[in-house]
Design a binder for this molecule. Structure first.
Ligand SMILES: Nc1ncnc2c1ncn2[C@@H]1O[C@H](COP(=O)(O)OP(=O)(O)O)[C@@H](O)[C@H]1O
Ligand SMILES: [Mg+2]
Length: 239
């Protein structure tokens, strides 16, 4: 459960977020909006990279203002990045192990948790491959393995579908649908692919200029005239 209350983020004179209030309870929630709307900024506030000027966010009832950035992953707030953060000179397996060094385990032997995370994203065969030798899609999947190992509460994904081929997107879609069942974490998904959002997210929050212009069941939100206007016709072909 994510409860966002009156959240404002300022970058000098620019507002990254403006008095944003929203409550996100679905296991998988979409976060959409035009470029510059504040999607990445919201993820950065949740993961602790950006401090809000005002307001608060609670995750599963805990006020994040009280949790310093280096303790957020251990608390269960995990993410993938727009540009993957895979460690080039570590194997896929060691990339996942490096995360487990910093977060609580799931009760199973460490080796088993790592294998399970790699299997979950379809990278068992690449366990001994160096990050450097993984292709873009495999790196994307490895980031998901890193974000889901241990006991995550909230997994945030920033445009995981960007630039993927059709069959890769389909696999990604299936993995996203299974995250909550696999590790119990709530998922917050940022993506421009409306098909991906529709297929995976029961609810969607739409940002424009740092504020919520719609929030609710995904199909209702995507049909909302305000949302369609904000996208300047981008949705016309899809719905
Ligand atoms: N570190 C930063 N410094 C200055 N301005 C920023 C910074 N990060 C984001 N912004 C600004 O905040 C607004 C929201 O950006 P962002 O959250 O990246 O949007 P989105 O992810 O929805 O495309 C934009 O106007 C952007 O230029
Ligand atoms: Mg962004």
């Amino acid at each position: 459960m994510i409860e966002i209350d009156d959240l404002t983020v300022k970058f000098g004179g620019v507002r990254g977020l403006s008095q944003l209030t929203a409550s996100l309870a679905e296991p998988v929630t979409g976060l959409v909006g035009p470029n510059g709307a504040g999607k990445t900024t919201l993820i950065n506030v949740l993961s602790g990279f950006v401090r809000p000027a005002t307001g608060s966010v609670r995750v599963d009832g805990r006020d994040l203002n009280g949790i310093p950035i280096h303790k957020r992953a251990a608390f269960g707030i995990r993410r993938t990045f727009q540009n993957e953060q895979v460690v080039e000179n570590l194997t896929a397996s060691d990339n996942v192990a490096a995360v487990l060094d910093n977060v609580p385990g799931d009760g199973r032997p460490r080796r088993q948790s790592i294998e399970a995370a790699l299997e979950f994203v379809g990278l068992s065969a690449e366990r001994d491959t160096l990050g450097n030798d993984l292709n873009a899609y495999q790196r994307r999947m490895l980031e998901i393995a890193r974000a889901t190992v241990g006991r995550p509460r909230l997994v945030m994904m920033d445009e995981p579908g960007a630039g993927l081929a059709q069959h890769e997107s389909e696999h990604l879609r299936n993995v996203i649908k299974r995250i909550n069942g696999y590790c119990g974490a709530q998922v917050l998904l940022v993506d421009h692919d409306v098909d991906l959002i529709s297929a995976t997210c029961a609810a969607t929050l739409v940002l424009d200029f740092g504020s919520a212009i719609a929030c609710g069941p995904t199909q209702d939100v995507l049909a909302d005239p305000k949302v369609r206007a904000a996208y300047l016709g981008v949705l016309e072909e899809v719905t």
